[in-house]
Design a protein around this ligand. Structure first.
Ligand code: ABN
Length: 178
């Protein structure tokens, strides 16, 4: 007990000496100015224009019919390389690769009939990615990684025997309920 009292006493006097020394050197005005900046800065932080909409800025704005372009409507919630630019098509995996057993499902608006469709994004697995493939990150409706089940930055080949990611296809699975 005595040892603790001694130790705490030493710590107290050390902090007191340091505080007195810095109070002498820094001065009240300097301290108030710094504290003011800190308080104002903290108050302004929430007003700054953070991107709270995740990747909405990347969402398709023009209706293209080019299925090797990220703005093609079926790719609205895609995160990966397009199979249509990697030797496959929008819905078929390139030769030598196989579709993932699990997938990510997004809801995309078809600008041609103005209806929402459920689109399954399956990864094609079992080949090394090609460097000149078109990489898209539209991911509409995606949420950060801590929202399990709503995150798409995932290798969907994980349930396949061959887990190497190659590219992603976008297959229509139905019309979304309004
Ligand atoms: N679903 C495409 C993908 C593959 C590997 C890592 C991240 C995203």
């Amino acid at each position: 007990m005595k040892l603790f009292n001694k130790l705490f006493g030493a710590m107290d006097s050390f902090s007191e000496t340091r505080l007195r020394k810095s109070a002498r050197n820094i001065g009240r005005r300097h301290f108030l100015a710094k504290t003011g900046v800190l308080l104002v800065g903290t108050g302004v932080m929430p007003l700054l224009p953070f991107n709270r909409g995740m990747s909405n800025a990347y969402a398709a704005e023009k209706a293209t019919t080019d299925d090797t372009d990220c703005s093609y409507w079926r790719y609205c919630a895609l995160d990966g390389n397009l199979c249509s630019s990697s030797g496959g098509t929008v819905t078929t995996c390139p030769a030598g690769s196989e579709a993932s057993k699990v997938s990510w499902v997004g809801t995309c608006l078809n600008p041609h009939d103005n209806k929402n469709y459920l689109v399954s994004y399956n990864d094609c697995c079992g080949k090394a990615t090609v460097s000149n493939s078109v990489n898209c990150f539209t991911s509409q409706g995606e949420r950060p990684g801590y929202r399990m089940g709503l995150h798409n930055d995932i290798n969907w080949c994980m349930a396949n025997t061959n887990k190497g990611y190659y590219c992603t296809v976008a297959t229509l699975v139905g019309i979304a309920n309004e």
